[in-house]
Design a protein around this ligand. Structure first.
Ligand code: ATP
Length: 920
């Protein structure tokens, strides 16, 4: 099919777009503008989901100027269609397809029925079901959240729902290590994309996590990100590469010292920018790092921003503050004020407790509205004086259900070779470092210990982490070549593909490596919870880094207790550090979000002890332990409690889970997909309970069915099975297979006109009934989310010969059971006879449906004004005291209310399906 600028096409993948106009053609791509929704879409020419719009004689068309014509002739002129027709003054006019109105109803069921284009009754039922399910999903509170291949965890769903619903969300996801921040980010991105709040997202991650992100987004959320690296960039055609894709994933390092690339990323507009392991963004009162400055500029350009870190204070509180500042510069403008606020979190928490008991504490800040309900008052207090709306942090203690951690210490004699050298702190902690060759392997007792320990732990998988790449490489080489232990190394010197290959070899259950030896880059972000033995060949001089290391195993999905093995040389700096972490910070047993702060507090006393341990060390341990206990308690009762309150409201999450589970367990999706497959000619084979194998058949209605490959696709409706079996697609109401197939039904004529006979007791034979299904047609930009208030709202009417309404008396499902097929020739003869009668009944039905429409629209507008109005009122009130509410958010909301009202008022009725029924 040849495309020309100006031609009108419709998308059969997304009927809501309205009419599209070809605006740009490149050798392999084509861009259409969809004026009704104010969007442009670019497609690959080869598989663009587009149908050429060509009206026929007798069709009604309207132009942008509001002129309405009945088409009498269609001519083609240089590839563009010219329609000639008569308007309602019986004047003849010619219009080019360029002038057509973008809000258009394409092929009416009435036209098809009266012209003898009948569909099967089963297809009619499929169309009705599709409309009803679409309506249900549009109005579901779990919209955007039901499609992910994840366990339904309260803390994640709460955050995803809370953040995903915001316009242009800007938040710091700071759950403790391994609690699922990547998953939360994926849910937020998915929800924002599905609901049209966002369409372009850029994810920036450390290089070692690129592939893991790519895979997680795809397998858990069906989100296809494009991975940009230097190789891919070199292959891309001229122009800004960031504008060529909607979802881009790349490493932040890609931009280091590459200003041109930074400028290109900045020039492309983003709805969402996501930065993982955001604690690396360096900022201090003395100055900001290049990475921070780049993200700062991106943050200013992007509407939404998600920063992810498990250890927000890993390089200090000032740096944590700087990241909050990226999210919301108005709220976080002064470090001193921020520090001062943090001092009062505990008092704040006590006030919240009092409010929960129904008391109004005396010390409640004066700016709060004391007349509010306690729950709202608490929210106001937290918003204005607490941890704010931008920070989410769930802790293991609050989430619960995590396994225990056990520390195993192994004292080893210090070899004399190490004792001879005069060591600085770095070498004292890593005595093998000064050796330029691998000779240390021969005398360092940790090496022989490692070998023996690995052998004794067989067949368990063991993750080994050490600080430096050279150590990791030497150790792995030794294990592999000299000890015969199947192992792989993971360090910065490997390419991204080599790293992922090493990690995959380690993950492989049959015949894979027993151990993976990682340098520090393996201590962040990666998922190694299939192992439960961790060997720390050395210890890092930062408690947050230690927490990150342990977090590789101690994360969601870990089934066993986590066994942490630490070998150390007696009398060495490592032993002192181990004692301090173990007996001072108690970090092996339990994570501690104030680890870095405690480290800073005792740093001056700790460092000399590492160089040479003195009698004062015992005092240091006692003091650290006391301070840690106090700090943990302070946090538990202060900041962490406030954050927990903000980060997970169990009852809200539970109602989302209930909704998702009820949609999954009501046994409707499975028969519906089977029905779709029958209609589109896809073969289905039973695989196991709630699981099918789908294959294209020779009788496919269209060239393809979404997601079904030539070899066959196995789909399961069972969440548990979907989680366990990577080879199966987990099908939910939000899986692209279902969404696209639904669009295929609704954007085509399939099932919109049918005819049949039934026997109805008490109704004389030869009586004509007309079953009509209408929906509300509200063409509006997706980002407005109008369907939240005004979903399709199907209205079914069943009119008899006298215009009586029988819809309630004879439900649609009952009709489907009773209906019988009519021979095509008989059907055509019937139609001829009842032509006029059908027209008359339709006029009656239209009037009845129109009355319902007006009621639906009025109710939708009221609902919208109540809902968004309350949100606006709340934000306006809060904003007086809390600058964390951006003026832009308020303006957007006001604009949204006006625009929604306008679109709701202009919504019209759309006849979706019509069935003529004759009683026998
Ligand atoms: N709801 C869930 N269902 C199934 N698996 C999950 C779920 N949430 C998280 N996981 C798995 O748990 C592991 C940890 O999740 P994730 O990587 O998102 O955590 P994180 O908080 O980003 O970790 P880190 O702090 O190490 O960066 C991953 O393997 C992830 O796939």
């Amino acid at each position: 099919m040849e495309y020309l600028i100006g031609q009108r096409w419709v998308s059969h993948a997304d009927a809501q777009l309205g009419l599209g106009v070809v605006v740009d053609i490149e050798p392999r791509r084509i861009t259409l503008s969809f004026p009704a929704v104010g969007e442009e879409r670019t497609y690959a020419i080869e598989n663009a989901p587009l149908t050429r719009l060509r009206f026929k004689e007798g069709d009604h068309i309207s132009t942008v100027e509001g002129v309405e014509l009945v088409v009498t002739a269609v001519n083609e002129h240089h590839g563009l269609l010219m329609y000639t027709g008569t308007d309602h003054h019986e004047e003849q006019l010619s219009v080019s397809e360029l002038e057509l109105d973008a809000f258009v109803q394409l092929t009416t069921p009435q036209q098809r029925l009266l012209n003898g284009h009948f569909d099967k009754n089963a297809d009619f039922a499929l169309r009705v079901a599709t409309l009803q399910y679409t309506d249900r999903m549009q109005g579901s509170p779990a919209r955007g959240l039901m499609g992910s291949r994840t366990s339904l965890l309260h803390h994640q769903l709460y955050i995803a729902n809370e953040v995903g619903q915001r316009h242009a969300p800007r938040v710091l996801l700071a759950d403790e290590v391994g609690l699922g921040k990547t998953i939360e980010a994926g849910m937020i991105i998915h929800q924002q994309l599905l609901t049209g709040r966002a369409s372009r997202a850029l994810v920036l991650v450390p290089p070692s996590l690129l592939h893991q992100w790519l895979v997680e987004m795809l397998r858990r959320f069906n989100l296809h990100f494009s991975l940009f690296d230097n190789e891919r960039l070199a292959e891309m055609p001229e122009g800004n590469p960031f504008e060529a894709e909607q979802l881009v994933l790349c490493s932040l390092d890609l931009f280091a010292q590459n200003e041109a690339l930074q400028e290109q990323a900045l020039a492309a507009s983003w709805d969402l920018v996501i930065v993982d392991e955001a604690h690396h963004l360096h900022w201090s009162e003395e100055g900001a790092g290049e990475d921070y400055r780049f993200v700062e500029r991106l943050a200013a350009h992007s509407a939404g921003l998600l920063l992810l870190t498990a250890t927000p204070e890993q390089i200090g509180q000032a740096s944590h503050f700087a990241r909050l500042r990226l999210l919301d510069p108005a709220r976080f403008h002064d470090l001193a004020t921020f520090r001062e606020e943090e001092q009062h979190y505990r008092e704040l928490s006590t006030m919240v407790d009092a409010l929960e008991r129904g008391e109004i504490p005396d010390e409640l800040p004066g700016d709060l509205d004391r007349d509010l309900e306690p729950e709202q008052l608490i929210e106001q207090l937290l918003d204005r004086h607490g941890t704010g709306r931008v920070l989410f942090r769930n802790t293991r203690a609050a989430v619960q259900g995590f396994p225990a951690r056990h520390l195993h210490r192994y004292a080893l004699p210090s070899p004399e070779q190490y004792a001879l050298a005069k060591l600085d702190l770095e070498s004292a902690l890593h005595p093998e470092l000064p050796y330029l060759d691998d000779s240390w392997l021969d005398f360092d007792p940790r090496v022989a210990w490692l070998e023996q320990t690995l052998k004794s732990l067989r067949p368990h998988k063991v993750l080994v982490i050490c600080a430096h790449a050279t150590t990791a490489v030497a150790l792995e080489h030794h294990l592999q070549m000299r000890a015969g232990i199947r192992s792989a190394a993971f360090y910065e010197g490997l390419s991204i593909i080599e790293r992922d290959r090493a990690a995959a070899y380690f993950a492989d259950e049959s015949g894979g490596a027993q151990t993976l030896v990682c340098s520090e880059i393996g201590s962040e972000g990666r998922n190694f919870q299939f192992a439960h033995h961790l060997i720390l060949f050395d210890l890092p001089l930062n408690p947050d880094l230690l927490e990150q290391r342990i977090g590789r195993l101690d994360r969601i999905g870990q089934q066993e207790d986590v066994e942490i093995h630490v070998p150390y040389l007696e009398g060495s700096a490592q032993e002192t550090l181990l004692d301090w972490y173990d007996r001072g910070l108690d970090l092996f047993r339990d994570s501690c979000s104030a680890g870095y702060m405690i480290f800073q507090t005792f740093r001056e006393r700790l460092l000399p002890e590492l160089e040479s341990r003195s009698d004062a060390f015992e005092d240091l341990l006692v003091d650290t332990a006391e301070f840690t206990l106090h700090t943990r308690q302070e946090l538990r009762e202060g900041r962490d409690r406030l954050l927990e309150r903000n980060s997970c409201k169990r009852e809200v999450a539970q109602s989302l889970i209930d909704e998702i589970e009820s949609l999954e367990n009501n046994n409707e999706l499975e028969p519906y997909l089977e029905h779709l497959c029958e209609a589109f000619g896809v073969d289905q084979e039973f695989h196991s309970e709630h699981t099918l194998v789908l294959r294209p058949s020779e009788h496919m209605l269209t060239g393809h069915f979404p997601g079904v490959t030539e070899e066959g696709t196995t789909v399961t409706f069972d969440r548990e099975k979907g989680l366990a079996r990577e080879d199966m697609a987990f099908i939910s109401w939000e899986h692209p297979m279902i969404l696209e197939a639904m669009e295929m039904v609704l954007s085509t004529e399939l099932g919109n006109a049918a005819i049949g006979t039934i026997k109805l007791k008490g109704v004389p034979a030869g009586t004509m009934l007309l079953e009509a299904l209408y929906t509300v047609n509200c063409v509006a930009p997706r980002a407005l989310q109008v369907e939240r208030f005004l979903p399709l709202s199907p209205v079914r009417l069943l009119v008899d010969a006298r215009g009586k309404q029988l819809a309630e008396l004879v439900p649609h499902a009952r009709l489907n059971e009773l209906i019988e097929k009519v021979q095509k020739s008989t059907a055509l003869a019937i139609i001829k006879q009842v032509h006029k009668e059908v027209d008359a009944k339709m006029r009656l039905a239209n009037i009845q449906a129109e009355t319902k429409l007006q009621e639906t629209l009025a109710a939708a507008e009221t609902r919208m004004r109540e809902d968004l109005g309350a949100e606006l009122a709340r934000l306006e009130a809060l904003r007086e005291f809390n600058p964390s509410i951006r003026e832009e958010e308020l303006e957007h909301l006001r604009y949204r209310i006006d625009e929604c009202a306008l679109h709701i008022q202009h919504a019209s009725l759309q006849l979706q399906a019509l069935r003529l029924i004759i009683t026998t």
